[in-house]
Design a protein around this ligand. Sequence first.
Ligand code: HMG
Length: 390
Amino acid sequence: MKIGIDKIGFYTPHLYVDMNKLAEARGVEPAKFTIGIGQSEMSVAPLTQDPVTLAANAALDMLDETDRAHIDMVLFGTESGIDHSKAAAVYVHRLLDLKPEARAVELKQACYGATAAIQLAKGHIALNPDSKVLVLASDIARYGLNTPGESTQGAGAVALIISANPRVLELDDETVYYTSDIMDFWRPVYSNTAYVDGKFSNEQYMAFFKQVWEQYKEKSNRSIHDMEAICFHMPYTKMGLKALRQILDEGNEADQQRLQDHYQTSTTYNRNVGNIYTGSLYLSLLSLLEQAENIQSGARIGMYSYGSGAVGEFFSGVLAEHFRENLYLDRHRELFAERKEISIAEYEEQFVKTLPTDGSTLELDITKDPASICVTGITEHMRQYTNKNK
Ligand code: HMG
């Protein structure tokens, strides 16, 4: 039985900053951010968007009645959860009107959470071929104002439906993974910004890639020639390229050209959104699928997932016959076109705003947020949500 990605949707908040302007404000050469890091724009979440609403907005428009009838599991990958106890998946389950006969769970392992969710979903579908699993990958990346990581922040979510006979990407059986307890990036429960050893995290990302790539070749008997493209977890667009360059000499000239060209295409959305942590790999897959004109059904795509701390996984999939007809290109084009640039001063003001933590009530003005699903405020420590379409 073929199991894989049946649908893939995306959402990012409507506000962004221009990386040239951020560089100017930080007294840095703009080319460092736009070329050295490889980011052009960075999404900024207003208080009316949190990881729950981003995920719900990513899934909302792609669900039809058949999906609603068959989704019996909601797996929410995130490292910016809003509650130590209650899973973000439960809120989304309600906001999307999913049937109650379902499991709803949150998974955490830095940027690896959604990959774990997809692999668990695959096992669930193998046992229950009529089921569909909604996998949500949603994060707001925060390193802090004026920090080295600031240029690699971002906000957004990817929603995937995993099912039998998938219409976008059929996952191969061979998948390989690797875990090692390292401190390259982490966020203690008392901190709302990440701690990171930047250089070390880059080195480990590269080393884990080499590790899982070797494991994958051995397990699958495939090589670089079998990969039409490789998508990478993308904390910033230069990072995956550095990893790819480590293995390019395993291929001939045509392989090298193809993989580098597709790599560039796979950065399209990430370059304008920033790091969305666990959704970043899937945003890069989406960029490739929606933006590459020269990619055909039957082509094999390699996927490198990395979550600091750290877990890495390499897996692959084959593009389904009519994959292009099952994408939401126009919706995503519109989403980018309707974003609004904010100044660095506005971004800084936004960055320090938080919901009250003392139990008091705050009502937010959601009229300026074009999203269907928004945070409307908080009362007695309970976040309030609305779906404007209802
Ligand atoms: P930095 O140390 O300030 O930057 O921050 P740098 O000095 O290393 O410069 C970056 C690049 O810009 C270099 O290129 C420079 O040469 C170049 P490279 O040598 O690396 O190819 N550069 C220029 N290029 C053109 N024109 C110029 C210019 N000036 C410099 N004028 C760092 C970089 C990534 C360390 C920082 O942004 C950071 O700490 N980011 C957060 C950590 C991170 O993203 N790590 C990635 C791997 S870990 C991971 O992916 C997991 C993660 O997503 C978390 C999770 O799993 O949940 C982060």
